[in-house]
Design a protein. Sequence first.
Length: 480
Amino acid sequence: MRFEQVAFSFNGGKDSTVLLHLLRAGYYLHKEKINYSNGNQPDCMLKCPIRTIYFECPCAFPEINSFTYETAAAYDLQLEIMRSDFKSGLESLLKEKPIKAIFLGTRIGDPNAVGQEQFSPSSTGWPPFMRVNPILDWSYRDVWAFILTCKVKYCSLYDQGYTSIGSIYDTVPNALLSTADSSSTKENFKPAYMLSDGRLERAGRAKKISSKCESTHVLSNGMDNTGAHRSSFLTASIIAVGDEILFGTAEDQIGATLCQKLYATGWQVAHIAVVQNDVDSVAEEVEQRKSRDDIVFLFGGLGPLHSDVSVAGVAKAFGVCLAPDEEFEESLRHLIGDHCTGDHNELALLPEGITELLHHETLPVPLIKCRNVIIFAATNICELETQWECLLELSNTPLVQMAPFISKHLSTMLSDIETAQVISKLRMDFPDIYIGCHRKSRAGPLIISFVGKNKIRVELAAEKLSRRFHAGAFCEFSCD
Ligand SMILES: Cc1cc2nc3c(=O)[nH]c(=O)nc-3n(C[C@H](O)[C@H](O)[C@H](O)COP(=O)(O)O)c2cc1C
Ligand SMILES: Nc1ncnc2c1ncn2[C@@H]1O[C@H](COP(=O)(O)OP(=O)(O)OP(=O)(O)O)[C@@H](O)[C@H]1O
Ligand SMILES: [Mg+2]
């Protein structure tokens, strides 16, 4: 195979960094052989001008991006920058270039490694090429042993506790490398090579509800006209604090209403949780969600009772103390007047240094915002309606209105067995569209939902499904 028929898929991650240096070594040996047969001395082949494919995504970490560009420049890699989704990017690249094989840093244990071997033809539906996975059977330990022994440069994020790197939306440092003790306010992390159990390599990766990154690839491919990739797929989570909900004595209606409101505002709700009225339970949940989602809403557990621990939980999640907030105290004084004696108003204790009060003329007390966590004081849907409206009306609202979701629902009496495979395949063809199924009874019809931000794509996905079965197998269904 000619040199220009092979390509290297490089994304600045640790696995592809290992592969880069293996390829350089191979290239050196290959050149050396040619040089010897020509009677020349081998020159110092540090460079490796291999065709290098990089799918640049707006949701990549800047450190990953700059490392990729710097490395490409350092080793003379011939970069092919792609700004579309993997599949269509490869389709157009393979039309233009004589690529027959692509080297990847895929390892056993990666979610996409299932069923792959060292040489695996691309999947059906993908353009034809050979996927070459030289480090498929390398362990996490092998990767770091290679990088450290060869003293090669790697992306700086790995020194900050990241052990596997996806997008800025789904990746945080690996908590198993945290050095924080309860007294320190800032969490530090050991470098990635200190992780002793490689099976936990992906512990810092969030489970995807829908792939924001892939969605934005599609968006930046011109299929959506909203322009702003980031504002199209922001996620929210909702935390209800309430023992009464967990005991089953009260029903959480606020959470469900918030889901509807967020959906109508174009936000994707990634998670909804109910936790106990207990500082650690609140802190644990907030800590996880604040770094995974763009915004976190919390309600319940607010007030002067022993069970009102939400504010303390939020403070603990951010590793800060509670301190008297004069501005909040003033608002409370207006509300409860003489019933509070200034200095001892525990209700005015708020997380120190991270709290912003959101004032609105309709609200007797401002809403509390701690970084990306918003605390609603609502105890029923009516109060939520008011607070929600106020939040939206604020000039500096954190709740920007985004491109709305468009949905289509089809109902069918076809069985799961008949539809399952086709729907799975469809999900791969439409990574930008959420395709989900539910039914209201075991024997009743199956409802298939298509949700996305691009009407044409939603319609197309639904139409593609209908066309795979006999006419009349599906009918449109309203979920309202
Ligand atoms: C060069 C290249 C070739 C790929 N070939 C295939 C393929 O043949 N079949 C497939 O299902 N996915 C293929 N993928 C997609 C990967 O399996 C996987 O989705 C991708 O590496 C992103 O991983 P992530 O979703 O964990 O971020 C390919 C990706 C790249 C970069
Ligand atoms: N955006 C991308 N552009 C080019 N190749 C990519 C891209 N994303 C993934 N790949 C290919 O898929 C391989 C597997 O990706 P994966 O994210 O698991 O490994 P990595 O990024 O190298 O390391 P890490 O697990 O630390 O993130 C990469 O080594 C690379 O060959
Ligand atoms: Mg990666």
